[in-house]
Design a binder for this molecule. Sequence first.
Ligand code: 5AD
Ligand code: SF4
Length: 440
Amino acid sequence: MKRYHVTTFGCQMNEHDSERMKGMLESLGYEQTAEQADADVILFNTCSIRETADSRFVAHLGHAKRVKREKPSTIIGVGGCWAQSLKDEVFTQFPFVDVAFGPGQVHKLTEFLTSDSLTAQGYFEFEGFAGDLPDKRTREHQGWVQISVGCNCNCSYCIVPQTRGREASRPFAGVVAECERLAGEGVREVTLLGQNVNAYGRDLRPDRATFAQLLHAVDAVEGIERIRYTSPHPKDMKEDVILAHAELASVCEHIHLPLQSGSSRILKAMRRTYDQVRYLDRVALIREHVPDCALTTDIIVGFPGETEEDFQMTLDVCEEVGYDSAFTFVFSPRRGTEAALITEGIVPHEVKVERMQRLVEVVQRRAHERAQRFVGRSVEVLVEGTSRTDPSRLRGRTRHNKTVNFAGCGVPGELVMVDVERATSQTLAGAESLLARAGR
Ligand code: 5AD
Ligand code: SF4
């Protein structure tokens, strides 16, 4: 039997695309191997969001090249955003690559592997939503469901519109049918995926739909106990979506709302189309309807032109909102983006590093403070497996998306109640609530 090995970089969309690559390979009769050296097909699903993402991947590619030198029949494939951003240049820079494809062309892998072609092939078209593909889920009880491809935003720092093309929503009925299929296979939690999920449905013809309507329809699917989504854009965060968190039993009390900067001036330069006031107004509306909602975010430090005052505004927003956690990034110029062409106000590396340290300090302190609200509470946890640090304990996730390590006897996929005893900025610790268990 032929074997494959897939290495994934980047976001959840890429994780999911990799599951689909694996699903396709298995339907062609391949089986997964843990070692690149044993594989007949070595695939990389790449990311290009920051320079570090690029360079990490290139080091991995060197290893695959050595494998191929030993065993020349090995097929090396490179998919994802980095491949899309270089297109055919991939083959000139890395002549040992056999097949390269963008994120919208995952399905072309079958075509390549079943053809007799001995020449290198590249697939980089944008086709909109490419239809259902088989997938091989990494987690039995949690599933990703892609609801749109591409992105119509114009964020000046971001390479994604170039690598994933124009936005196209997946038909409503197809999304719901996939959720039903997943529920039938034992999935209890779905994460709806898109570059800008709350813009969903505006392009659907003849029946336009909204993201809130989609949440209602997925909530109605029997067996799906939890719905998450990523990522929404603050500009499209409408009240109907926020209300869905309050009204629909399965929509989790967690919203990832990317801030990027707390300075309205920098937000304008980033072309985010909201300012600080509008962002905080969205947060206030969330807190009004879902008072206990966990909020997480993405922040970029050191965007060109960011002054100490601008940065201070980012710190102020973090203090005020009190995020449950935040992903913080140093600005990285990406080829082909508007921000990469800015020559004025470049923030020196030392200043970026110093600001990042101050930002992380505020984010962690606030996250630690916020997490204390769970201590003494009994929270619903979806069991995922054993604790990574202590195999005698279990690990799971709360509706607020907090990881919990706890003593208990739940099995993966089960929803249990856990009494929270301690909380750090990142994780909760506790014990399964035996009373609640007996009562169910
Ligand atoms: N530099 C640094 N961070 C970036 N992000 C996107 N593009 C860049 C860039 N050029 C961050 C944003 C986005 C997250 C996925 O990555 O914060 O929300
Ligand atoms: Fe995901 Fe963006 Fe990286 Fe592409 S570039 S894999 S969309 S994070």
